[in-house]
Design a protein around this ligand. Structure first.
Ligand code: PLP
Length: 375
């Protein structure tokens, strides 16, 4: 017995977890600073924690009204109708819902390289193919509609990540309009705004009313601090919003998650505080780390450190877990998530030391003298 040919399906590589690393290093998990998965370092809103506790005693029933209530609340937040909010198990779930709704076998999805690995995974689950457009380091990861359209070849789904993971670059809203107007009628442009809250740019959700070929992904995993509960959604145009009823997995967005998300969206002060810290932190990394970095609209910064794997490993030994971006095709970089002020300062101290050490060692081994800390 064998499953179908899965050789094209690459397993998802998550950032390392605190417990996992604590066990490996044989240290207390609380002594570690985890900056590898772009999570909210302040934790969830206290109101969400209360909602989680309160929901515990009623998880024997299916999440019908919780789902309806969350959908209505999110729709209200954006000024859309409830049908236009496709609540899903994480934004990853919404990626699958769009694949289900749009892809027929051998349809193609156009995605960025480097990019978020779940897009191609979802395409392949749905018997689709992948084309890519570059977001290149040589051009500072700049995103432009004309560059994307130059690579566009009538694909069924076109994904844009803004702010982009792992580079932090953004596609301004005027460029998103150009993109939506530049593709053929049957192409859906999906704007992944998993990090939208941290950006200064407005959400592409405002374009949905005018353009029925734009869908926008949002999540409660990042700024709302609920990654462990797996709640996200797609905001979609009214004209085809009713497809949701035919493609969603019944009750896939769990009750505890829906209730926590409802509480979290009503605690905007927690979100605002989280955004403020993240913006401070990303600027602090850029200013204090003596390596090449790029402007980021998200809660993370991409840093060019030479040997990303070696730097991530050495930082881990010092208790700071960061993401080596080899799996994104950027082995010379690491991605560091925004932390609290204290965590950010500690991370800068550790990273500066580790990067200098590795440069000195590499220089000594190659017999070349380099200035310590030089990019
Ligand atoms: C984190 C992330 C998501 C979604 O995460 P969920 O936890 O599934 O909501 C989507 N896209 C990008 C680019 C991300 O980094």
């Amino acid at each position: 017995m064998q499953p179908r040919d899965l050789s094209m399906h690459e397993p998802y590589v998550p950032g390392r977890g605190t417990k996992e690393v604590a066990r490996e290093l044989d240290v207390d998990p609380d002594s570690l600073i985890k900056l590898s998965s772009n999570e909210n370092p302040h934790g969830p809103s206290p109101a969400a924690v209360d909602a989680i506790t309160d929901t515990a005693e009623t998880v024997n029933t299916y999440p019908k009204s919780s789902h309806t209530d969350l959908t209505a609340r999110v729709a209200d937040h954006w000024g859309l109708s409830p049908e236009q909010i496709w609540v899903s198990p994480g934004a990853d779930g919404a990626i699958d819902y769009l694949s289900r709704a749009f892809l027929t076998p051998d349809d193609t999805m156009l995605i960025s390289e480097p990019g978020f690995s779940y897009y191609p995974m979802s395409a392949r689950y749905h018997h689709g193919n992948i084309n890519t457009y570059p977001i290149s380091k040589a051009q500072d990861f700049q995103q432009r509609a004309s560059d994307i359209l130059a690579q566009y070849n009538d694909e069924r789904l076109l994904y844009v990540t803004t702010p982009h993971n792992p580079s932090g670059s953004e596609l301004p809203i005027s460029e998103i309009t150009t993109l939506a107007e530049g593709v053929n009628d049957h192409t859906l442009v999906v704007i992944d705004e998993a990090y939208g809250e941290y950006s200064d740019n407005p959400s592409a959700i405002e374009l949905i009313e005018e353009h029925d070929n734009i869908a926008v992904l949002r999540t409660f995993s990042k700024a709302y601090g609920l990654a462990g509960l797996r709640i996200g959604y797609a905001a979609v145009p009214e004209s085809w919003a009713d497809a949701y009823a035919r493609i969603n997995t019944p009750f896939a967005a769990n009750k505890t998650g829906c209730q926590a998300a409802l509480a979290a969206i009503d605690d905007q002060s927690h979100v605002e505080h989280s955004i403020e810290t993240a913006r401070w932190s990303r600027e602090y990394y850029r200013k204090e780390l003596d390596v090449r970095t790029w402007p980021s609209g998200g809660n993370f910064v991409l840093c060019e450190v030479g040997d990303g794997a070696a730097v991530a490993e050495a930082a881990k030994q010092e208790g700071v877990i960061i993401r080596d971006t080899t799996s994104f095709g950027l082995p010379e970089c690491v991605r560091v998530s925004s932390g609290t002020r204290k965590q950010t300062k500690a991370a800068v101290d550790v990273l500066s030391e580790v990067i200098a050490d590795i440069e000195t060692t590499t220089a000594a081994e190659s017999g070349v003298e380099t200035e310590v800390g030089r990019p």
